[in-house]
Design a protein around this ligand. Structure first.
Ligand code: ADP
Length: 397
């Protein structure tokens, strides 16, 4: 058996895959089938001889995975010759049941199916990816890697909402947290950069992509995180509101006549940066702001203010902080977001070095001054590698 894992991330109309060497993180090939079920789909495969793109109808996820397997055969590397260790699946919601990655069998599929009400958009798509991969790779171990698992270490005071206790006991209403593979990867990587044992490192991780979340990681374990029952709570995101007064939905229903569905849709798809400035792509938002667009300016300010609030809160939760880390599209690339969110926190021992922060670098790097008590890093996240590592770990256990 090799250390190669085929990582699959199945969305409702897309299937992303990556062939990852679990020990080194090297991705020998990756690809994406999108617009599944639409009239015209697209398949992109990146392999040893570059990128190949085809547009054609992709009726379902099984067709998408067959296209991927075909691309491995014709453009390499050949899966047959590789002796894959496992297929690793990203699964969004593992509820309270899964605090670690797990081998997929019929019982696991049934449990993930029971969790569909908690993640109605994501879990069904993830399950479809599992179903198809089990059919097409019947002899390979399949491993589920949950977005929620890393945050199962939250203590009760962090995961409990102050609502009637029966909501928790009867309906599972609690904080679960998401982006766990990213928070796990980035916090481990930070300990490595600090040359410290992860078990003795306290980190605030800021994952700022289309979705955004913060976590407080104490000694390698997540002890607080900003997303909640669903990925709607917390930081301001591309199209999601993050935190708001919980009375707002009922007010809108009563006074404006909006339905629960209207509000759900607005808070998930028409809020955040898009709601404030009409634009959810951060690069576009920065361009608008630079051209003097007032709404883009406000959206940027609200976005950074929310990050700063969470940094302060998580600092207090952790008591001692070794590092603050930025990751994902915005976190890795927007020096202005990093500076605006952390400027003026010297009394907390957080000192950004402006030259380091503004360097147009891409890899993992320190952007704080040498004498900053709290190190500030940019660490590119690598969820595929984390999924591959965890899948291999499960297979070898
Ligand atoms: P996802 O959460 O879908 O994985 P990413 O981590 O790729 O998303 O983050 C996407 C976000 O990152 C988008 O808003 C995009 O505009 C932003 N982004 C990507 N590159 C840059 C950049 N150079 N400067 C500012 N924002 C960027």
């Amino acid at each position: 058996m090799s250390d190669h894992v085929l990582v699959i991330n199945a969305g409702s109309s897309s299937l992303k895959y990556s062939l990852v060497e679990a020990r080194t993180g090297e991705a020998a090939a990756s690809g994406l089938a999108e617009r599944i079920g639409e009239r015209q789909g697209r398949h992109l495969h990146r392999g040893p001889d570059g990128e190949t793109e085809t547009t054609r109808s992709i009726p379902g996820h099984e067709d998408a995975l067959r296209l991927a397997i075909g691309a491995f055969e014709s453009h390499g590397p050949s899966l047959d010759g590789l002796d894959l260790a496992a297929v690793g699946h990203r699964v969004v919601h593992g509820g309270s049941r899964f605090s670690a990655s797990a081998l997929i069998d019929d019982a696991l599929v049934a449990e993930v199916t029971e969790l569909v009400p908690l993640a109605p958009l994501h879990n069904p798509a993830n399950l479809e990816g599992i179903r198809v991969a089990r059919r097409l790779f019947p002899n390979l171990p399949q491993v589920a890697v949950f977005d929620t698992a890393f945050h199962q270490s939250l203590p009760p005071q962090a995961y409990t909402y102050a609502v009637p206790l029966a909501w928790l006991e009867d309906h599972g209403i609690r904080r679960y947290g998401f982006h766990g593979t990213s928070h796990a990867f980035v916090s481990q990587e930070t300990a490595r950069l600090l040359e410290r044992d992860p078990a003795e490192t306290n980190t605030i991780v800021l994952h700022l992509g289309n979705g955004c979340s913060a976590s407080a990681v104490r000694g390698g374990r997540s002890v607080e995180t900003s997303m909640g029952l669903t990925p709607l709570e917390g930081l301001v995101m591309g199209t999601r509101s993050g935190d708001l007064d919980p009375a707002i939905p009922a007010y809108l229903m009563r006074e404006v006549g909006l339905s629960a569905e209207d509000i759900d849709l607005a808070l998930n798809s028409a809020s955040g940066l898009k709601g404030l400035a009409g634009e959810n792509d951060f690069r576009e938002l920065e361009r608008l702001r630079a051209s003097g667009d007032e709404h883009a300016g406000l959206a940027f300010d609200v976005y950074c203010h929310r990050i700063r609030k969470y940094v302060g809160a998580y600092y207090a939760v952790l008591e001692t902080v070794d590092a603050v880390v930025f990751t994902a599209g915005v976190g890795e690339h927007s020096a202005e977001v990093r500076a605006t969110s952390l400027n003026g926190l010297e009394r907390l021992g957080i000192c950004i070095d402006n030259d380091r922060n503004n360097e147009p670098a891409t890899g993992a790097r320190r952007i704080s001054t040498d004498d900053s008590e709290v190190a500030v890093f940019v660490v590119p996240t690598n969820e595929e590698w984390q999924i591959a590592r965890e899948a291999l770990g499960v297979v070898l256990a």
